[in-house]
Design a protein around this ligand. Structure first.
Ligand code: 4AD
Ligand code: MG
Length: 464
């Protein structure tokens, strides 16, 4: 018996007369009047199906073929032959066919027609069996591998930061609390919850970012990165926000903001270049079926330098433009997605790194500029998606940081260990966070971030 071959291997390197064992799920079956059938077999290894020809040579052909329907799983031993048909180099002529698992054609939800992404979201357990979601899964895998390789090649250490935390990195208070207390019961007897009685002895949450812990390692073992799930309880029902998303956060000692920008830019350019070279078939599909500008956009990003522009100049530029925005542009406010998209899609037509944001709209850890009004923040904006990276140079001065924590309404005592990093051998340092699902949006052209993660968590939605 031959060993199992993935469809991708068969299609790429299978030779005529070779005997193969293939397994997977049936996409379609067509019966010819001349006593044989064509089955399109997909096993997720690539976009293309393997055409399997089944005829009377297969024991019990007439009976078996009846149960072969879209969605069922089969195992086939067969011989490869050059395909006379268009669209494939090679096909498989079955010698034996086992139906491993049936799929009732009356109820199987994925039929040949195109389904809306909204509908597919309701069947997230079956959507990876479609062309689009198979391709997204492969691209997501390629991007994750590229992320690790990018940092590993540069000598960055991969560190794992905690998911349960007692600090609020972004200081926005948008955290999911973690407790073993019976809050419903407690609410009947006390108005204030006593978290000293809780599992961790104080109020704990799911992390919004691994940055603060990454800084501990950056200021001890050097360049490092953390890559994991992060959680935000912001009630934003947009096409760019998830309650649970994956973020990669590098942190580098002795980097200033300009070094940080250079690394971020190289990072995004590398991801675009690698996804084009690792997933050509899937990328062709996205360009044809999802958004016919993705290939051009990725090429453009991979080849050209990003624009670097202070926030203040961006606000002036937006205020002077003829474009009618829904939200007015005003210094001191966060830019809206429409402003970010105008800059990248219409004005510059390429990624833009904005920096030196007003201190009032950015977290406590960013380094204060001498103007007293801005901090060394940077956001990398890309076409269609807007902000894809947020980062900064960190405040390394103990006195300034302590003051900033207080100014942000937090208690320096709660951040004693973070302040210790400035008390003992402080160094200038910087880092950034890249949202993985926003990258997937960028490279695939998918418009809704809920389709860029296998099982999206959003307000009122945590099925699967
Ligand atoms: O700009 P953010 O909030 O930055 C941080 O969390 C820093 N601690 C990062 C750092 O400097 N180490 O988030 C970084 C990125 C955003 O640019 C965006 O790509 C993504 O994370 N992101 C989200 N992605 C999906 N859903 C959400 N709700 C997101 N919030 C942020
Ligand atoms: Mg941000």
């Amino acid at each position: 018996m031959s060993t199992v071959k993935r469809v991708k291997t068969v299609l790429n390197s299978g030779q005529p007369d070779e005997e193969v064992l293939v397994r997977g799920w049936v996409r379609t079956r067509r019966d010819s009047k001349h006593g044989f059938s064509f089955v399109e077999l997909n096993d997720g290894s690539c976009m293309s199906n393997l055409q399997v020809v089944i005829d009377a040579e297969v024991p019990n052909y007439a009976e078996t073929i009846k149960s072969v329907s879209t969605g069922c799983s089969i195992s086939v031993v067969g011989t490869l032959k050059e395909s006379p048909g268009k669209g494939q180099r090679i096909e498989c002529h079955a010698k034996t066919l086992d139906v491993v698992g049936l799929a009732d054609p009356e109820t199987f939800p994925l039929q040949k027609k195109r389904h809306s992404f909204e509908f597919l979201r309701e069947i997230a357990h079956l959507r990876p069996r479609t062309n689009s979601f198979g391709a997204i899964a492969r691209v997501r895998n390629a991007v994750s591998a590229t992320i690790h390789e990018f940092f590993q090649e540069r000598g960055f250490l991969y560190i794992n930061t905690p998911i349960i935390t007692t600090s609020d990195c972004e200081g926005a208070g948008e955290m999911f609390h973690v407790t073993t207390l019976d809050l419903a019961k407690l609410a009947q007897v006390q108005t204030q919850i006593d978290y000293s009685q809780d599992f961790f002895g104080k109020q704990a949450s799911l992390t919004v970012s691994g940055q603060l812990e990454a800084e501990i390692f950056a200021t001890s073992i050097g360049d490092c990165y953390t890559f994991g799930p992060t959680f935000r309880a912001e009630n934003s029902n947009t096409t760019r926000h998830l309650a649970e998303f994956w973020m990669v956060e590098p942190e580098m000692p002795f980097y200033d903001l300009a070094d940080n920008m250079t690394l971020a830019e190289e990072f995004i350019r590398t991801i675009c270049r690698e996804v084009l070279s690792r997933c050509p078939e899937d990328m062709e599909f996205f360009n044809q079926r999802i958004d016919n500008t993705v290939l051009a956009t990725l090429d453009n990003i991979a080849e050209n330098e990003f624009i670097r522009l202070p926030y203040t100049e961006a606000v002036e530029l937006l205020a002077k433009s003829d474009k009618k925005f829904e939200f007015p542009v005003e210094w001191g406010h966060d830019l809206q997605s429409e402003h970010e998209r105008y800059l990248t899609e219409e004005h510059f037509k390429q990624p833009v790194i904005l920096f030196d944001y007003p201190r009032t709209i950015k977290p406590f850890y960013m380094r204060c500029n001498d103007d007293g009004k801005t901090v060394r923040a940077m956001d990398v904006l890309v076409p269609r998606v807007g902000e894809i990276i947020g980062g900064s140079q960190r405040e390394e001065r103990l006195d300034v940081l302590t003051e900033r924590i207080t100014e942000c309404g937090m208690s320096p005592d709660d951040y004693w260990w973070y302040l210790d990093l400035r008390r003992y051998g402080t160094v200038p340092h910087a880092g950034f966070g890249l949202g993985l699902e926003r990258v997937i949006q960028l490279v695939t052209g998918m418009t809704n971030i809920r389709d860029c993660i296998p099982f999206p968590r959003t307000p009122k939605n945590a099925e699967f």
